[in-house]
Structure formats: structure tokens, C-alpha cells
Design a binder for this molecule. Structure first.
Ligand code: HEM
Length: 112
């Protein structure tokens, strides 16, 4: 689905017929494809054809921005959590190496 001027298009059935190829259209799915569509220099007939694939209007009254803010906050906490986990892992590696060396050295000395 692509949206232009807050309109949503389902172009699934047109993918195979698109003269510019399906890959370029697929690259614009799920986002605002207005710029992509305009940059490709589509003809007037192409714009008219596009109207056939309009399935609705994007609900811009929904709290898109607050939702994005919440999810980005979650991401930052997840990220710092990941960093904490990584730090713990990095500490564990040298500690384990030193611990093993001490045990092996101790056993070696006792044998002599
Ligand atoms: C429902 C949406 C779309 C329709 C109906 C459509 C239709 C067409 C048509 C009829 C042409 C032939 C040239 C012309 O008449 O202008 C064309 C070419 C092209 N389209 Fe689309 N298009 C759509 C979406 C897109 C999107 C989202 C892109 C993304 C970049 C795109 C990229 C291109 C390109 C690059 C060409 C040029 C191909 C060439 O000259 O070889 N189109 N399109």
C-alpha cells in the first residue's frame, strides 16, 4: 500500500503490469510514496490509473506522533538494557579466563 496526499493505494494487482517494474513499487509500500511517484515523472494517464487502486484515506486524526514517541522511548530503554547486558558479558569473559588460569595453575603447582 502506498499513500499519496494521505490516500492509501492497494497496488497488489498492478505490480505485474507496472511499466516501471514491481520492485520500484514494492520499495515504496507501507510509506508515503508521493515523492517516489512524483520523481518517476509519471504521466497524467498514470496518475488517473493510480486512482483505480485507491482503497481509502489515511486516518490522520489518529495519534500517530504520540505513539511514535512512546515506541522510541521503549527503544531507548531496550537499547540501554542491551548495553548493560553486553557490558556484563564483556566482564564475564576476562573474569572466566583469569579464574580458569588460577585453577589450572594451582593444580599444576600442587602436582609438583
Ligand atoms: C498505483 C501506483 C502507480 C501507477 C498506476 C503507476 C503507473 C505507471 C505507468 C503507467 C508508467 C508508464 C509511464 C507513464 O505513463 O508515466 C509508470 C512508469 C514508472 N513508474 Fe509507476 N506507477 C505507480 C507507482 C509507482 C511507484 C510507487 C514508483 C516508485 C518509485 C513508480 C516508479 C515508476 C518508474 C521509475 C517508471 C518509469 C519506467 C520507465 O520509464 O522505464 N511507479 N508507472
Amino acid at each position: 500500500m502506498n499513500s499519496a496526499q494521505h490516500l492509501v493505494y492497494d497496488v497488489t494487482s498492478y505490480l505485474d503490469e507496472h511499466p516501471g517494474g514491481d520492485d520500484v513499487v514494492l520499495a515504496s509500500t507501507g510509506k508515503d510514496a508521493t515523492d517516489d511517484f512524483e520523481d518517476a515523472g509519471h504521466s497524467k494517464s498514470a496518475k488517473e490509473l493510480m486512482q483505480n487502486f485507491c482503497i481509502g484515506e489515511l486516518d490522520t486524526s489518529s495519534p500517530i506522533i504520540p505513539e511514535l514517541e512512546i515506541s522510541s522511548k521503549k527503544e531507548t530503554t531496550d537499547y540501554s538494557q542491551k548495553l548493560m547486558d553486553l557490558t556484563k558479558q564483556y566482564w564475564a569473559v576476562p573474569v572466566a579466563v583469569v579464574g580458569i588460569s588460577v585453577v589450572v595453575g594451582f593444580l599444576y603447582l600442587r602436582r609438583k
